[in-house]
Design a protein around this ligand. Structure first.
Ligand SMILES: Nc1ncnc2c1ncn2[C@@H]1O[C@H](COP(=O)(O)OP(=O)(O)OP(=O)(O)O)[C@@H](O)[C@H]1O
Length: 254
């Protein structure tokens, strides 16, 4: 017999009162939110709003001063190894080692995440095909263009099928064809149940692929709501109201 009660969505990420100071300033303040499997959340905010600091804490690269993070229900700060296993992170500037080839990058990332032997080779082949990196597979990262490096960073983030994909300005340096391909990739990840957080300055990216948007201002969460793909103007109004005034009275009035 099938149940008529819909299954409750699986919580992948839970932030509870996250705060972090940087260079004497409050970079992120009392940030709480929950992200479910398959959700794609855009993270917006003006320069210095705290987006990268937030993503670095979620990816385990920066420890919060206070607050908690739970990943798949487990205390992430108590078990930092969870990040490697369950998170794929594309930082704002994807780190590459100039003297390693694309294949060697993927092998190194895979090993760090517990992939070895045939499983590693299969994962590497699949992601190289998916991101159409075959012509670049043997090339050294040092000779890749910025956009090609960005695709390598994406491949490293996706290699181990993470439960949570954290993308910091992933469309940086991508040409329009690659931006369209990135949108398709994000939708695919979401359909497969991966939760995605996407920090960007491009409001159109949020309208195109996100079902939810969070807006930070001076480190605080000022808006968290659904995205309506047919109403880009509503997102623009909310964003600019917060950017100019620090609050979202426009959104409340709508
Ligand atoms: N490496 C760092 N050392 C010291 N302070 C930092 C560092 N990185 C960021 N900050 C500070 O933390 C605050 C938040 O910056 P953050 O990079 O998180 O914002 P952002 O929203 O990602 O900005 P942008 O859109 O410009 O990338 C800012 O006041 C910034 O000056």
């Amino acid at each position: 017999m099938t149940s008529i009660i819909p299954a409750s969505p699986k919580t992948v990420l839970q932030l509870d009162g996250l705060s972090r100071r940087r260079a004497g300033r409050q970079a992120v303040q009392d940030l709480s939110l929950t992200l479910h499997a398959g959700q794609v959340m855009g993270l917006l905010g003006v320069n210095g709003a705290g987006k990268s600091t937030t993503l670095s804490m979620i990816a385990g690269a920066l420890r919060p001063d206070t607050g908690g993070i739970r990943l798949n229900g487990e205390d992430f700060l108590e078990h930092p190894g969870l990040a490697r296993k369950h998170i794929g992170w594309l930082p704002e500037r994807a780190p590459v080692w100039a003297e390693l080839s694309v294949n060697e990058h993927l092998d190194a990332h895979g090993r760090l995440r517990g992939l070895h032997g045939a499983a590693l080779r299969a994962a590497r082949t699949a992601i190289i095909e998916r991101l159409e990196l075959q012509p670049l597979a043997r090339r050294l990262a040092g000779v890749l263009s910025q956009g090609q490096r960005q695709r390598l960073g994406l491949a490293c983030a996706l290699l181990h099928h993470p439960a949570l994909l954290v993308l910091d300005e992933p469309a940086n340096a991508l040409d329009p064809v690659q931006v369209a391909a990135l949108r398709t990739l994000i939708r695919e990840q979401s359909a497969a149940g991966t939760a995605v957080i996407l920090s960007t300055h491009l409001l159109a990216e949020v309208t195109a692929v996100c079902d939810r948007v969070a807006i930070l201002h001076e480190g605080g969460l000022r808006h968290d709501g659904p995205v309506h793909s047919d109403d880009h103007a509503a997102l623009e109004r909310t964003f600019f109201e917060i950017a100019m005034n620090g609050n979202n009275s426009a959104a409340r009035a709508a």
